[in-house]
Ligand binder design. Structure first.
Ligand code: GLY
Length: 381
């Protein structure tokens, strides 16, 4: 059970969480300082395997020399491929570059790709691992909060197409996830806050006690230490359990998309740029999903206000007027939603809430009410 509001949460060191997927099952290891153990853990998991580290320029500057050192000292032979930082790299050209680098390194099927970075690196490296030699194992070493609690776990990999985000990809589970919570100390505060939206999401989906704990302890989560480890571990436990029951998103896994139908439309409207980071779009999306649920009479407006108040307290945007620059009108945002992967036979699919921690997937939401919510949100300054 989640720690009660205000109590200090004590986690094992390190925290070990198993994603139960039979022969594709794997461990998520969480704790401060785990980076230094990465070489030894990888060598233990795949004795004699070589590795290709895939990372971006920013993370390479911060963490690559140390990773090369810990791999070498554990006897893991490693090569590397580094690409420009940012969502713009999640494309066919960079995928080709990464695959060719893996092949040039003479990697065999028993070797490993090591994804060192945030969501872009993990998604791209994971997809390259999925399709090279018909599938190579890969290890996720997530360096952002968002990647530690979401994208590094669960095996969704891919790149963007000009038709939309993450439209080309595959399910390819990692063989190990090493989440060193101390690496997050180097994250810019805006990036940490954006990742926090996904942490809060787990409380909102199915764990009201965790949401209450976050309301009381979020400052400690931002500061680091035990509370941060607890927040990452609780998020990963929730995700691991859902993925273990519904790997391919035929049902329950869709709950992880809470806030994402609104969020993805806002990201598309802002060109997937620094105007609005993914997690910031999700904070707005979570707020709007609760507002929509309240307008549909599923939850009361006190719950909607509580969600917005907490996200605003940590410094996340909760009003559309906080998005810099112009946004499309409600019809324009609805049109962007219609292009999302979460559309089924033309109907809008939303994750809705009967209260905090009580969400469900509603496959047929009437566009009129969504438009009303968006109109109101666009007027609200
Ligand atoms: N980020 C949602 C999922 O992994 O299913």
């Amino acid at each position: 059970m989640t720690a009660a509001k205000g109590r200090v949460a004590v986690e094992a060191r390190p925290v070990m969480i198993r994603v139960e997927l039979g022969e594709r099952g794997y461990d998520i290891i969480i704790g401060a300082g785990l980076f230094d153990e990465a070489g030894h853990r990888i060598a233990k998991l795949r004795p004699g395997a070589a590795a290709v580290i895939v990372t971006d320029e920013t993370v390479a500057r911060l963490h690559l020399p140390r990773l090369e050192q810990v791999l070498a000292s554990a006897g893991v032979h490693a090569s590397k491929v580094i690409f420009p930082t940012g969502e713009g790299s999640k494309n066919y050209a960079t995928l080709e570059q990464v695959i060719e680098a893996i092949l040039a390194a003479k990697i065999e099927r028993g070797d490993l790709v090591v994804a060192l970075g945030g969501g872009v690196v993990g998604d791209l490296a994971g997809f390259a691992a999925a399709v090279t030699l018909r599938g190579i194992g890969f290890v996720q070493i997530p360096t952002t909060l968002l990647a530690q609690v979401d994208s590094a776990v669960g095996g969704k990999t891919g790149i963007n197409s000009r038709h939309g985000k993450n439209l080309v990809g595959s399910f390819h589970q990692p063989v190990l996830v090493i989440a060193d919570t101390a690496l997050l100390d180097t994250l810019p505060p805006r990036q940490f806050r954006a990742g926090y939206a996904e942490v809060a999401k787990y409380g909102l989906i199915a764990d009201a006690a965790f949401f209450a704990w976050l309301e009381a302890n979020w400052r400690d989560v931002f500061a680091g230490g035990e509370a941060r480890t607890h927040a990452v571990a609780t998020s990963c436990r929730a995700k691991a359990a859902i993925v273990g029951r519904d790997e391919r998103e035929s049902g329950e896994r869709a709950l992880l998309n809470l806030g994402h139908t609104f969020g993805h439309a806002l990201e598309a409207a802002t060109g997937f740029s620094d105007r609005l980071l993914h997690g910031e779009a999700i904070a707005l999306g979570l707020t709007l999903a609760f507002r929509l649920s309240a307008r549909l009479g599923l939850t009361d407006s006190a719950e909607e206000k509580r969600v917005a108040a907490h996200l605003a307290a940590v410094g996340l945007p909760t009003r559309l007027s906080q998005v810099p620059g112009p946004l499309p009108d409600a019809a324009g945002l609805l049109a962007l939603m219609a292009q999302d992967k979460k559309v089924r036979r033309g109907a809008l699919v939303f994750v809705l809430a009967r209260g905090i921690g009580k969400t469900f997937v509603e496959p047929r939401v009437e566009p009129g009410v969504v438009r009303q919510v968006l109109d109101e949100a666009l007027r609200d300054t």
